[in-house]
Ligand binder design. Structure first.
Ligand SMILES: [Zn+2]
Length: 142
């Protein structure tokens, strides 16, 4: 994904993407978002839902320090990538609700062009990709 969108996600969800600049020995997030720009909106929506869920939990755990709460309840992205035409969003932490939200985002990715975000479908054998009609055409020389 292009740097500008990568940066936007990290700025909007600093707690989820706190390992974005981590070392490669520690986290796969050092590779960034290993998918194309068309899924930005899916990842953005998923992170909004997850952070909102975590922030709501904070009310139930008012007695905890922020540090202890984050340690126990904050969801942190471990790897975000494309695989077999679909989004994979791996996290550390998270409950059943979070796992459900991630499943929904993965389902959406199979219906969304990875290049532009338009309605798409999964195509290809071997190298599988999810694209719209326009982006499923072979690239023409300029
Ligand atoms: Zn497209």
């Amino acid at each position: 994904m292009k740097d500008e969108l990568d940066k936007q996600l990290c700025e909007k969800y600093p707690k989820i993407f706190k390992n974005r600049r981590g070392s490669m020995q520690e986290t796969c997030m050092c590779w960034g978002f290993e998918h194309d720009d068309g899924w930005y909106s899916i990842v953005d929506s998923l992170c909004a839902a997850i952070q909102n869920h975590v922030d709501n939990l904070r009310y139930e755990h008012r007695e905890m320090s922020q540090e202890a709460f984050d340690e126990e309840h904050q969801v942190v992205a471990a790897q975000v990538k494309e695989k077999f035409g679909g989004l994979r969003f791996y996290v550390d932490g998270g409950d059943d609700w979070v796992r459900g939200a991630i499943s929904m985002a993965e389902v959406m990715s199979y219906r969304t062009c990875e290049v532009c975000g338009a309605a798409g479908k999964t195509r290809g054998t071997g190298w599988v990709r999810t694209t719209c009609d326009e982006h499923s055409k072979p690239t023409q020389p300029e």
